[in-house]
Design a protein around this ligand. Sequence first.
Ligand SMILES: *Cc1c(COP(=O)(O)O)cnc(C)c1O
Length: 387
Amino acid sequence: MMSALKFPLYLDNQATTPLDPRVLKAMMPYFTEKFGNPHSLSHAYGWEALAGVDMGRRQVADLIGAEPDEIIFTSGATESNNLAIKGIAYAAYPQKNHIITVATEHSSLLECFKTLERSGFLVTYLPVNKEGLINLDDLSHALQSKTSLVSVMAVNNEIGVIQDIYKIAEICAERDIIFHTDAAQAVGKISLDVGASPIDLLSISGHKTYGPKGVGALYISNHSKLSPFALFDGGGQERGFRSGTLSPALCAGLGAACDIARTEMTQDYDHIAHLAEKIKTSLLKECDGISLNGSDQHRYPGNLNFTLKDVTADQLIKELRNIAFSSGSACASGKVETSHVLRALDLSKDQIKSSFRLGLGRMTTVEEVDFAVGEIIQAVQKIRKKL
Ligand SMILES: *Cc1c(COP(=O)(O)O)cnc(C)c1O
């Protein structure tokens, strides 16, 4: 039996993923009867709330091969990135004042570097090749005695390419340089093992992995040579790295999401890779002049960013109101700007305007993909006829 399609079809799983119903179930008790403050340790209300936080912490740690005490809960990957980048830059200053990142990072990370640059830090923004990948020799040459930190994301949110973070971590470790990776789009999607690699810091977002919005985590390695300065002053929670009362519901939710990802990652990956292959094959065959952005080989399959010829993403979005997807002109907080990621790939302004992203997830079905592909092909033909 074919399941009924729910419109608009959701093909924007990089912007956010739907909450897994099992995650909601794990969170509910902490919104209601288990309302205690997890930092109140003189009575049972506090203890049961803390049990939810502790369990969540263990589940997050298990997914990435960390120890529970290496996981700090935050409000999301934006905060984790701020704590990691500014925290390390400040901790290493003034002995070291040079930091390195990549042109195609998420804005929450690039803006940290720009703020630090304005306040006097020296910043290197590494370029990427047409595939969206950095050159490891470029990285090695950029390292200086004054370099404190390198940050390179694992999976790119706009084009899905995967950087070789294990290799990069090794290069940094050889020079005693702290390595951070924004893994918001990687955690729960591809296997990550911080135990097998000298990664110092790793950012996680709840709502990119079928968990709740408003929670994330920062992995801080116990083996790291330098710890980040805290950005908030307060009660010293989270080993002093992040003061403020934790939300047991959100921590338990992030934990449950990570636990599901740990057991179902292979199944999710195969499902999504199969759907992505279907889309790629059909669109490349049926739409003239369409191309996939970013490396075909080093990528997470659930992120498909295409550029069309003679059809803008705006035209396509207007024509396809029954499908929710995103254009290449990433619309951060309502302000339309051409994507810095596609610019870094050397796409022209027109090509960027003609780029769109289809984001697949655990909940995406074959029926949805078949429907969407048919609609996209029709819409492209219709728009081109009007030319
Ligand atoms: C979504 C995202 C973020 C921001 O995460 P929030 O939890 O929404 O703050 C950071 N980096 C990447 C790569 C993302 O995709």
